[in-house]
Design a protein around this ligand. Sequence first.
Ligand code: PLP
Length: 465
Amino acid sequence: MNDIRYVSTRGEQEPLSFKDAVMTGLARDGGLLVPDRLPDVRPFLREWASLDYADLAFAIMRLFAGDVAPHRLRALVNGAYAAFSVPEVAPTRKLGEGLYLLELFHGPTLAFKDIALQFLGRLFAEILEERGGRMNILAATSGDTGSAAIAGVRGQERVDIFVMHPHGRVSPLQERQMTSVLDANVHNIALEGSFDDCQRVMKTLFNDLPFKEKYSLGAVNSVNWARILAQIVYYFHSAFRVMEETGADGVQFSVPTGNFGDILAGWYAKRMGLPVRRLVLATNENDILARFFNTGRYELGRVVPTINPSMDIQVASNFERWLHAKLGGDCAAVREAMRTFAETGRYELPGASRGKVDAEIVAGASDTKRTLATIAKHYKKSGTLLDPHSAAGVWVGEQFNELDVPTICLATAHPAKFPKAILDATGEDLAHHPVLDALAGAETRVAVLPNDAEAVRAHVAAHAR
Ligand SMILES: *Cc1c(COP(=O)(O)O)cnc(C)c1O
């Protein structure tokens, strides 16, 4: 069989190999790269069910990464998942009647983004080693992405990473997780502006093609296909364990959603043949996606800050990958949809009669009150502490827990990353983790720059090796 190739959702870029897709990030026509077909893995399910995490990751990824030599892929995967603090990597445990929790926060920075970025960092190093040359990663973060990306590439010879965060506007704990990393290739930038300003600066520099070329700018946000691929694995791993324990013939997943990357990985797992009955999309007050999956209307609103900041997103970049599949791979229709949305802030899915946007996805929105009550309830019931992102997913998951299969809720961050929400919910200062406690008083390094793309450009040019 021929290797899977990667095509743009907008149809105006030559198909790429896996490695080229990883190095390219966003397609040159502005679209997102998607596999040209999905493997049907149903014949392998029985054999895969007993594999441990790294073996399963290897089995799944090799289907998508035909141009990475199998023994090299095996080494990358083993290295990435040895960096986790529990041998199961992503353990699943029971939370209640028909309710399970998939813990994705046992990596170096205690958020689920480690699962993909520990792999992606090693993959970048592998490709650069083989091809020669260096790269400069430029990222904007409001919290978890920055520290996970830094942890994925710190100390590497051929990679420098520049991470912009809004000065004074990320949580002190998340800021220290980034700025306390003192490796020579790590460059933290505190931009005197908002997170949107950080993203705008990033776009400006990525759209400057000569600059992008000269400095080999690379992307680590979830437009990078390798991030989605790495996330497909835990849906299989967790579903196998819960089906084994309960004897059920399928599962449902509830996913706290921001950029639509995490839930999209579950959607691919389902389409590859994993018996996922349904996906539950959970948002906070920023509910553009929940509204869309209930009405077919995608309407831009204003971002409101919440207690689960990684879900404070209005334009979800991975939505375009779903839309491309939904429109039957019609790239002209995708281009038209994205243009309409960019111009008017609205888009309506053709033929979406109420409630029938996608038979595989149901959606709901939590809010601060519901999320805090959910944290308090599960702490009282079983002593389990949920971070506010995971708790939003659990609240919405509980609303849809009426199927005859178990519901697995994704726990995307360790509660200790959000001590204030835990204190507000339970009245006690319960959320601690030695990795975070050790940051108190650590030496830090950060450059404070004006809110100006030219200042960031000059900083990158001066520090890129
Ligand atoms: C990034 C993040 C999310 C949202 O994931 P998406 O892939 O952007 O939908 C949810 N929870 C936490 C803790 C995160 O860091």
